[in-house]
Design a protein around this ligand. Structure first.
Ligand SMILES: *Cc1c(COP(=O)(O)O)cnc(C)c1O
Length: 465
């Protein structure tokens, strides 16, 4: 399989190159040049197969030709052996045809582990093969940082430098990063905001001589391999509830549109998905788009679901490419207008096409708190604020009778104890592997918001390795 850019102006690549490249050179995102078809017979078999076995089957057409199947299967097994639940991503019935798909049983308690645990192994394998090394540089407001660090720790092919805003991430989130003492992990607290951290990372990537000299790379959510790994749980959950013989719907709390785009891919390769419901917090660019057809940027407001406090949904570009008949020139124009004016009207045709599948709702913090409380009272299940955004959106969706609704649970409630306590009056406990998190030694350096100082640090870590 070959991969093309959504803006049609970058080289066509194979999976291994797409994995290491991330963003295409024309600024677009990589997508497969054609979609494979999953047979109904295979899908039926998935209901009773293990998660890693399903993962290998679903992903194989996308990676074939760049790795041997046995080796790929071994990597997938190792990636999901770090999950604490035997089903990896268990499906829990909440009643009335609503299910929770728990994606948070990985090392850092959030759904990003599902993709990043695999991507860490794939990066390592590809770099070993090429006898190459990379320095992963990223900025985090919380979840992404710890998931990326857990995915990259102790790998001889990688250094990882993670910037976070000093004093502005929760203590659980900070400690999940800074208590990883592996020599290739470098945590940097920046005296500034998350935006300052992101600007520093962007500036390093735009400093081409620096970027090339120190082999900078990213594992951000536009990486195709991350999307691909997420397609698997849509397929597996649907099969468990009777697909291909019975349709299902999904609700996805999303910011970057990455997770829900993976759902679109599952549908595209043959899973009978009736609706994909987007749940947003007050940062509601997606619900506004699906109502009006206008994509318009606004300032980010902080909410109790911080991992969705995003104003530009970068992965939306992949859907746009499909909606406009894979016209890369058109995507380029639309994205340029959006960049320049902060606003673009996609018109009734594209909006109409998207509405066949997508629905979207905005859930504010007070409603999130009510959902956490009501879900706990009714079912005894505690949910985190991101998952609650999804459950709130699912409740507003005009469900088709008889079609089960699978809501993606993206974080363990223990990761957001303040919001949960505000709703139910007690703090959820961290799972055993993190129970001593507050007693572990931390390691990080604090730097001013100064590009030169940060670049010196990145350079020194690379030399040391
Ligand atoms: C990252 C994250 C999300 C949003 O994921 P997208 O890739 O933006 O769709 C939702 N919930 C949690 C807990 C997250 O960490």
């Amino acid at each position: 399989m070959k991969y093309v850019s959504t803006r049609s102006g970058a080289p066509v690549l194979t999976f291994d190159d797409v994995l290491l490249t991330g963003l295409a050179r024309d600024g677009g995102l990589y997508v497969p040049d054609a979609w494979p078809v999953l047979s109904s017979e295979r899908m039926r078999a998935f209901a009773s197969m293990s998660y890693p076995d399903v993962a290998v089957e679903v992903m194989w057409p996308f990676v074939e030709g760049t790795i041997e199947r046995d080796e790929f299967a071994e990597i997938v097994d190792r990636a999901y052996a770090t999950f604490r639940h035997p089903d990896v991503v268990p499906l829990v019935a909440l009643g009335d045809g609503v299910f929770l798909l728990e994606l948070f049983h990985g090392p850092t308690l959030a759904f990003k582990d599902v993709a990043l645990q695999l991507v860490g192994h794939l990066f390592d394998r590809e770099l070993q093969r090429r006898e190459a090394r990379l320095t992963i540089v990223g900025a985090t407001s919380g979840d992404t940082g710890s998931a990326a660090i857990e995915a990259c720790r102790d790998r001889s092919t990688l250094e990882i430098v993670m910037l976070h805003p000093a004093g502005r991430v929760s203590e659980v989130q900070r400690r999940q990063m800074t208590t990883v003492l592996s020599p290739n992990v470098h945590n940097v607290a920046i005296d500034g905001t998350f935006d300052d951290c992101q600007d520093l990372v962007k500036a390093m990537f735009n400093d081409i001589p620096f970027r090339d000299r120190y082999h900078l790379s990213a594992v951000n959510s536009i990486n195709w391999a991350r999307i691909l790994a997420q397609v698997v749980y849509y397929v597996k959950a649907a099969a468990e509830l009777g697909a291909p013989d019975r349709p299902v719907s999904f609700t996805v709390p999303t910011g970057n549109f990455g997770n829900v785009f993976a759902g679109w891919v599952a549908r595209r390769i043959g899973v009978p998905i009736r609706s994909l419901v987007v749940g947003s917090n007050r940062n509601d660019i997606l619900p506004r788009f699906f109502r009006t057809g206008v994509m318009e940027m606004r300032g980010v407001v902080p909410t109790t679901s911080p991992s969705m406090d995003i104003q530009v949904s970068s992965n939306f570009e992949r859907l746009l490419f499909e909606l406009c008949g894979r016209d890369g020139g058109l995507v380029r124009e639309v994205m340029a207008q959006f960049r320049e004016e902060g606003r673009v009207d996609l018109g009734p045709d594209l909006l109409g096409a998207s509405k066949e599948v997508f629905d979207a709702h905005r859930i504010d913090d007070d409603a999130v708190q009510r959902v956490i409380e009501a879900t706990y009272r009714r079912t005894g299940v505690l949910v985190d604020p991101h998952t609650a955004v999804g459950l709130g959106a699912a409740a507003l969706h005009q469900a088709e009778p008889g079609v089960p609704m699978i809501c993606l649970a993206t974080a363990d409630p223990a990761k957001f104890p303040d919001a949960v306590e505000a709703a139910v009056g007690f703090r959820p406990e961290l799972p055993p592997h993190l129970a001593d998190l507050f007693d572990r030694p931390e390691r990080m350096v604090t730097l001013p918001n100064d590009l030169e100082r940060v670049e010196v640090l990145v350079a020194s870590t690379t030399m040391a390795g």
